[in-house]
Design a protein around this ligand. Structure first.
Ligand code: CU
Length: 141
C-alpha cells in the first residue's frame, strides 16, 4: 500500500517539473537592437516558453520549415502582453518576430538533449541568418 501511494505521488508530482522559461522582446538592449532576451534556450520536452512584451511592436512566430517534424507552429499577436506555448516535441525551433524578421529579430529554442542544428530556410533574410549563425556559434558546442 505504501509503495502504491509513493508511486501515485511521483506520478502526480512529475508534471510540476515542467518549467516555464521567459523570453523578453526588446527594441534595444545592451546586446543590440530588435532582439529577444535570451536569444537561445535549451529546454526539456514539455517545458513552456513565455514571450513577454517588454517593448511594443513585437511577436513570436515559428519560421516555416524550421521546426521539428510533427511539431505545431505558432504565432503570437503583436503586442500580446504575454504568450505562453508548451513545446512537447523534441528538436530545434527557429523563432522570428514577424515585423522585424528582416532586421534579424530571431531566436533559437532547442528542446531535448539532441536537437539537430537548424537548416536555414532558403528565403531567410541575411540579417536573420547572420543572427542565427552568431547564436549557434555562441551556444552549440
Ligand atoms: Cu520585433
Amino acid at each position: 500500500m505504501k509503495l502504491v501511494a509513493a508511486l501515485l505521488v511521483s506520478l502526480i508530482a512529475s508534471p510540476a517539473l515542467a518549467e516555464t522559461w521567459e523570453v523578453k522582446m526588446y527594441n534595444r538592449n545592451e546586446h543590440g537592437s530588435m532582439i529577444y532576451e535570451p536569444e537561445y534556450l535549451k529546454i526539456a520536452p514539455g517545458d513552456s516558453v513565455k514571450f513577454v512584451k517588454s517593448h511594443a511592436g513585437h511577436n513570436a512566430a515559428t519560421i516555416d520549415g524550421m521546426i521539428p517534424e510533427g511539431a505545431e507552429g505558432f504565432k503570437s499577436k503583436i503586442n500580446e502582453e504575454d504568450f505562453t506555448i508548451s513545446l512537447p516535441v523534441e528538436g530545434s525551433y527557429a523563432i522570428k518576430c514577424s515585423p522585424h524578421y528582416g532586421m534579424g529579430m530571431v531566436m533559437l529554442i532547442e528542446v531535448g538533449e539532441n536537437a539537430p542544428a537548424p537548416v536555414f530556410a532558403e528565403d531567410m533574410p541575411k540579417r536573420a541568418r547572420d543572427r542565427f549563425e552568431k547564436i549557434i556559434a555562441e551556444n552549440r558546442p
